[in-house]
Design a binder for this molecule. Structure first.
Ligand SMILES: [Zn+2]
Length: 119
């Protein structure tokens, strides 16, 4: 489980702050609306990266290593899922950024249904 993203987040936020300052110096006549758009663009990118990192810190990102009780259940019959490796799942954030989540894919041994467990 990946949880050591403090450093990355600090770098990320510093990039937003200094990037914004530089942008302002290069656009001395920017309107409030332009400033807002430039700021939103940077914050949206940072938001997407943070979301990816937080999703990776989920136990469900790599549940194959979990014991029998830690494995996700089939929503239909309650059986523990069987791992079928990892897959990439592309999602779009509310800000319209693409993020990619690496998740363990599972199949129910009884119903045969396969999916990426949520969480
Ligand atoms: Zn099932």
């Amino acid at each position: 489980m990946k949880t050591d993203f403090d450093q990355e987040w600090e770098t990320l936020s510093r990039e937003v702050l200094t990037g914004m300052k530089e942008w302002r110096l290069q656009h001395p006549r920017a309107t409030l609306r332009e400033m807002e758009a430039a700021l939103d663009e940077r914050l949206t990118r940072m938001r997407a990266r943070m979301l990816e990192d937080m999703a990776l810190a989920s136990r469900m990102a790599n549940w194959k290593e979990e014991g029998e009780e830690g494995k996700p259940m089939c929503p239909h019959c309650g059986r523990a899922l069987v791992s079928r490796g990892r897959g990439k799942r592309g999602l779009q954030t509310q800000g319209g950024q693409e993020i990619e989540l690496k998740r363990g894919y599972g199949v129910c041994p009884k119903c045969g249904e396969g999916f990426f467990p949520p969480g």
